[in-house]
Ligand binder design. Sequence first.
Ligand code: G6P
Length: 369
Amino acid sequence: ESLEKGGFEYFMLKEIHEQSKTISDCMRGRMNAEEGWIHLGGLEEFSNKLLDAQRFIIAGCGTSWHAGLIGEYLFEDLARIPVEVEYASELRYRNPIISEKDVVIALSQSGETADTLAALELAKSKGAMIYGIVNSVGSSIARLTDAGSYIHAGPEIGVASTKAFTGQVTLLSMMALSLARKRGTISQTYFLQLLHELSYIPAKVERVLKNENKIKFIASEIKDSANALYLGRGYNFPVALEGALKLKEISYIHAEGYPAAEMKHGPIALIDEHMPVIVIATNRSAYDKIVSNIQEVKARNGYVIAIVTEGDETISQMADSVIEIPDTEEPLTPLLSVIPLQLLSYHIALMRGCNVDQPRNLAKSVTVE
Ligand code: G6P
């Protein structure tokens, strides 16, 4: 087993460190930034159906549902396709309105999650086309879909999903870019810019991973907290949810993810010197708003850890700690901003003596309701 862990103490840490490679593997043979093309086999075959869809419904559970939320931002922003993101467990029991004009995109690492499988069967019976974004080759969900794309992340052993999440987001980004180009909803210049930026992501992930010692130090500062709040806006709102989930899952610290602007509608009441607030503050478009959110937290003595773009000086002076990530186009920031949050949870859990790979009460694949 220690051989399989490749010298890492836990599978989760190995899988976090593999992400530069797994993101490259996901893109390999499917796009070329220099030549300016994207080609996803499953999508090309059914591209008319996808282009004609009246809306996409993205279904998943847990971390896969968070990746789906990022998919919503990507498809709407770039390809201008209406999207709904659903917890598979809710979708299946809600008597949902689904027709043959809808495309349902299933997100699943294992391809065996019972609720996701049942939601797809229901959608299929209503005539919707089912597109799968799955990691496990030949899994039940992969077999049920009409078309799909594997993320090629390799086996994920740690119960808390890391490399599957970035694989799903990479795949969704490629899909959104491809559909945007076909629909003419983004310019050729912006398309090429995003394609180039996507191709630089693996190298930038490596750069984020180099901050591990700093993240370890921050982990030691907040490891005894009872609660933590994660804030993000836009593309980074789902990343805030995912950061909070990672912390809950493996360290047993209660954590909440919130859209930053919603803080004033509730969580702000909880902020005092015992509340670490992790703010993803890289968004170019909402930067000033995030700055004022940080001021609101500091005014109540909260301990602010900010994920910022390299070279940021404004937030670095306001926050208690900052973790820098390389700049990229906004739709691609989740692929970088989630990495420090994965490492932060890992090191906090380790310092608390938790079994990182097998947290209590959780299963890697939930094949029962
Ligand atoms: C479980 C796992 C999570 C995972 C979720 C969905 O809760 O512990 O890590 O995100 O199931 O699993 P799936 O295999 O469908 O992505």
